[in-house]
Design a protein around this ligand. Structure first.
Ligand SMILES: Cc1cc2nc3c(=O)[nH]c(=O)nc-3n(C[C@H](O)[C@H](O)[C@H](O)COP(=O)(O)OP(=O)(O)OC[C@H]3O[C@@H](n4cnc5c(N)ncnc54)[C@H](O)[C@@H]3O)c2cc1C
Length: 386
């Protein structure tokens, strides 16, 4: 087993993992972040537009007014919040044979977006972390505790055969709990390496209970699919429409303005929609056909102008096996809630920490939750140092 020079191993490079890394760096605690994908961000993901290099958000867009911690972080990093555009009427598409209804006074509650896109948050945090502490394309498949330290067994996508192992004093799980339950082997260590007398409260039953709680915790928004379309002009705004639409027809059930304008006058005009077709049915439809159906729906809502788009994007999160489990694909979406009071003591004893958004005591599932959970873990690690 290779001894890592780092004290803490962080598994997962989404917002929770990278924010944990950022805080550990600030506190002078050594760490190594291990991310399975070849890029950081997890559910925060954007694709670059051909026209101007702006990244459209295919994961989260919104920060809510009561979510102060993430607002504070955005400010600290020198990024800016902008209001979600909501001026004008909304449209309601009741059925395919009726003209969509224009509804006044339906403005969504005030919400913020990060100027330049949510990926700015990940990119700006990553700039503040030395790259040698981040290992991309590194999947952790097994964790083994020897009573003192954790062995993390990793493999890379390019070389599935080659398995390395690194040793850390502390492990931070920053991957979705259901993916951890499905893909990480944790059990053998407790059964084989710790005798019940060594650590009486840690045994196969307590681990089984923990993994059961992981499996029962849905990964927020993980089975969603998002469609984004770029236009030359915001023709809906010019007609007094907010870009917000609700539909009983589909495939999109909810549509919003996703435009971006910066102070230098650079702008991208866009709409985005949540596709309401459940994952199992989406599997039967090609991306091309879904794309066609989404653009046709926009023409039905907004008229001919909507057919003159510059670019479209679809991200089906249901197919992302590092985020979405089979249960997420098949069960109705619900807010995550996990109660870990009975596990707290032994988790702390074995130096296993839980930082993913789903583990947060409030705002679980949201970006705010990722900040809360990561901060909580780093507070524990800082207090452990003294
Ligand atoms: C379509 C969509 C819309 C959303 N909208 C909003 C919104 O408007 N507002 C909001 O607040 N939140 C929203 N969310 C939720 C938000 O994206 C999440 O709360 C947040 O990004 C979670 O970050 P995280 O780091 O906790 O987890 P994740 O982003 O899931 O990161 C987990 C990371 O672990 C990695 N990983 C998995 N397995 C392994 C392994 N074995 N080894 C190494 N690495 C591994 C994954 O590749 C991933 O990078 C949305 C999510 C989606 C998908």
């Amino acid at each position: 087993m290779k001894h890592s020079n780092a004290k803490v191993g962080i598994i997962g490079g989404g917002l929770a993992g990278i924010y944990t890394a950022y805080l550990l760096q600030k506190n002078g605690i050594s760490f190594q972040l291990l991310e399975a994908k070849p890029f950081l961000g997890g559910r925060i993901y954007g694709e670059v537009t051909q026209s101007d290099g702006y990244k459209v958000d295919l994961g989260p867009s919104w920060i809510f007014p009561h979510q102060h911690k993430i607002q504070q972080l955005v400010q600290t990093l020198g990024l800016k919040l902008v209001d979600q555009f909501n001026q004008g009427d909304a449209l309601f598409q009741r059925n395919a044979n009726e003209t969509p209804q224009q509804v006044s006074g339906q403005a969504p509650p005030p919400m913020y977006r990060i100027a330049g896109g949510t990926t700015q948050l990940i990119e700006t945090l990553a700039e503040r972390i030395p790259s040698k502490h981040i290992a991309l394309d590194t999947t952790v498949s097994k964790l083994e505790f020897d009573g003192e330290c954790w062995g993390a067994y990793t493999s890379s996508m390019q070389d599935q055969e080659c398995s390395r192992s690194l040793q850390f004093e502390h492990i931070v799980i920053a991957m979705p709990p259901r993916i951890a339950a499905d893909k990480l082997t944790l059990s053998s260590i407790f059964a084989s390496q710790l005798s019940p007398t060594d650590k009486p409260e840690i045994n196969a039953t307590s681990l089984e209970k923990l993994l059961h709680k992981f499996t029962s915790t849905p990964t927020w928004m993980s089975a969603q699919a998002k469609f984004v379309v770029i236009y030359k002009t915001p023709f809906w705004r010019e007609r007094g429409l907010s870009g917000q639409a609700f539909s009983h027809v589909g495939p999109m059930v909810e549509i919003h303005d996703a435009s971006h304008e910066d102070e230098s006058g650079k702008s991208v005009y866009a709409l985005f929609g949540f596709i309401g077709v459940p994952f199992p049915q989406r599997q039967q439809i090609s991306t091309e056909a879904m794309n066609k159906a989404c653009t046709a729906q926009l023409v039905a809502l907004y008229g001919k102008d909507a057919s003159e788009y510059l670019q479209t994007y679809i991200k089906d999160w249901g197919t992302d096996s590092l985020i979405t489990s089979v249960l997420d694909q098949t069960q109705a979406s619900s807010h995550p809630q996990i109660e870990l009071r009975s596990e707290e003591a032994w988790l702390s004893q074995v130096k296993l920490h839980l930082a993913t958004s789903e583990f947060a005591q409030s705002e679980a599932g949201y970006m705010e939750g990722a900040i809360i959970a990561a901060q909580n873990v780093v507070n524990q690690l800082v207090s452990d140092r003294f």
